[in-house]
Design a protein around this ligand. Structure first.
Ligand code: SAH
Ligand code: SF4
Ligand code: F3S
Length: 449
């Protein structure tokens, strides 16, 4: 008999992605298999994000598109999970305006999927969302990871920072760190299964361990992960500048498996705006951190997140952001237009910047960000870079791709006599630089079949 199929669509960040992998793992254990398209599936789950308004709008667009599928196949189970449904207002909207949604699960109870699904199969419409998980972090949930060489490993959940614009602490709850022994056991198992690169995940990994009894912090956790045989590269995200300790800089410098890349969201280059954002550092604090990082790790690649159009942001504040971007010379940046989120402090701040102005600032900022990203890539022309192979590129099966330790995407062709496997390390000479990608050539010493 054919296995029944499921389809999961992820709208959010890597945390959301990780949750989707757990949802998939549970469905596989129940005997379902992954569908290639929603049309084939008997269960569709939409794993939502609400960090900005456009993520939510996209979700409602998709839900509308799925309505005909549900009408054609009343047995189809349509579920909505993730950050968005932690908000009562969105739950009400789903309940009243989207009667064809059968199942809603929040961020704290995804492990309840099997139980809730069986209730739906008995004909109930099930909405279950918790404010927190009183039982603590569920360990050893099944998980289906899409890649064989790379894995996301959550080290902590939630966030305590309450940046004034941000909904995440409201929908993900307070910081909860996993125990180091649980994390290490998972990583050892991954290494045994052939994974060579891991990304440690948390909203603010730099405060890892503060809520644990064990005497541990993030830099010590990194040192322990560095010892796991078989793991070649360790990445992590995200770091809050206020908690980036000198010991973490030393750990990045001394631990050979920790990649020379740091994503360090700055959000704004204006101290006045940073204060209103409740970021707890100044422009100078941030620039001093960057200086210390570059002193310790001269070839470190730095990327960031920036918001334009925060309430009250003047042209002068915006120009402070642009000048900070120039001063740091980022390798890349995710740039966003401020989006008011109901329930956050900033939503009630005065002086909302007009939409046209926000768009114009984003455009001008991106011009500068892109120019520096291109410049950083051009610096690598002619150099030999060690990459970790990911596999054939998205564009063409004949062109492979991999990443440098600094997280730059490199495309390359394989000599006819050569084969490579995902997770393998390879030296490439960089022969072409574009804004977002590099092209490399296999260096002769690595020619082997
Ligand atoms: N925990 C991470 C970020 C999570 S959200 C951190 O602190 O760095 C990812 C990014 O989305 C943020 O860094 C911020 O730049 C952006 N963001 C968050 N809330 C936003 C909002 N209301 N409007 C626009 N961008 C937002
Ligand atoms: Fe949001 Fe700030 Fe927490 Fe990041 S640190 S998730 S931006 S509140
Ligand atoms: Fe991530 Fe979006 Fe939730 S950014 S934590 S999926 S609100």
């Amino acid at each position: 008999m054919h296995r029944k199929l499921y389809y999961i669509q992820t709208f959010g960040c890597q945390m959301n992605d990780h949750d989707s992998q757990v949802l998939a793992g549970m469905l596989e254990e129940l005997g379902y298999a992954q569908a290639n398209a929603p049309e084939e599936a008997s269960i569709i789950l939409l794993n939502t994000c609400c960090v900005r308004g456009n993520a939510e709008n996209r979700l409602y667009g998709h839900l509308g598109n799925l309505k005909p599928l549900k009408e054609a196949n009343p047995g189809l189970i349509l579920g909505v999970c993730g950050c968005m449904v932690q908000q009562a207002s969105e739950r009400e909207k789903l309940e009243n305006e989207y009667p064809y949604v059968d199942l809603v699960i929040g961020t704290h109870n995804i492990h309840r999927l099997p139980v809730l699904l069986s209730m739906v199969m008995q004909g109930q419409r099930v909405f279950e969302v918790w404010d927190e998980n009183k039982e603590g972090i569920p360990e050893d949930l099944p998980i289906l990871r899409p890649e064989s060489h790379h894995a996301l490993v959550t080290i902590m959940y939630g966030c305590n920072n309450f940046c004034s614009y941000c909904i995440v602490p409201h929908v993900r709850g307070r910081e909860r760190s996993r125990k180091p022994e649980d994390i290490l056991r998972e990583i050892r198992n991954l290494a045994d299964a052939g994974v060579s690169e891991i990304t440690l995940l948390g909203q603010n990994v730099n405060s890892y361990g503060k809520d644990l009894e064990a005497d541990i912090d993030f830099s010590r956790l990194l040192a322990m992960v560095n010892e796991v045989p078989g793991i070649k590269r360790i990445r992590f995200t995200t770091s809050h500048p206020k908690d980036l300790s000198p010991s973490l800089i030393q750990a990045m410098k001394n631990l050979e498996k920790v990649c020379e890349h740091l994503h360090l969201p700055v959000q704004s280059g204006s101290t006045r705006i940073l204060q209103k954002m409740n970021r707890k550092y100044t422009r100078e604090d941030y620039l001093n951190l960057v200086r210390s990082l570059r002193e310790a790790i001269p070839d470190i690649a730095l990327t960031t997140d920036i918001i334009v159009g925060f309430p009250g942001e003047t042209e002068e504040d915006f120009l402070d952001t642009v000048s900070l971007v120039r001063e740091v010379g980022y390798d890349g940046a995710f740039t966003f237009i401020y989006s008011p989120r109901i329930g956050t402090a900033a939503a009630s701040y005065p002086d909302h910047v007009p939409e046209e102005e926000k768009k114009d600032r984003l455009y001008r900022l991106n011009e500068v960000v892109n120019a520096f990203a291109y410049e950083a890539n051009k610096q690598l022309l002619g150099s030999i870079q060690e990459i970790l192979v990911e596999g054939p590129s998205e564009k063409s099966a004949a062109i492979y791709q991999g990443r440098t330790g600094s997280n730059k995407l490199v495309h390359f062709e394989l000599p006819a006599t050569m084969t490579v496997k995902p997770g393998q390390e390879l030296s490439l000479r960089i022969v072409e630089a574009k804004t977002w990608t590099l092209t490399g050539e296999v260096v002769e010493k690595d020619f082997k079949s």
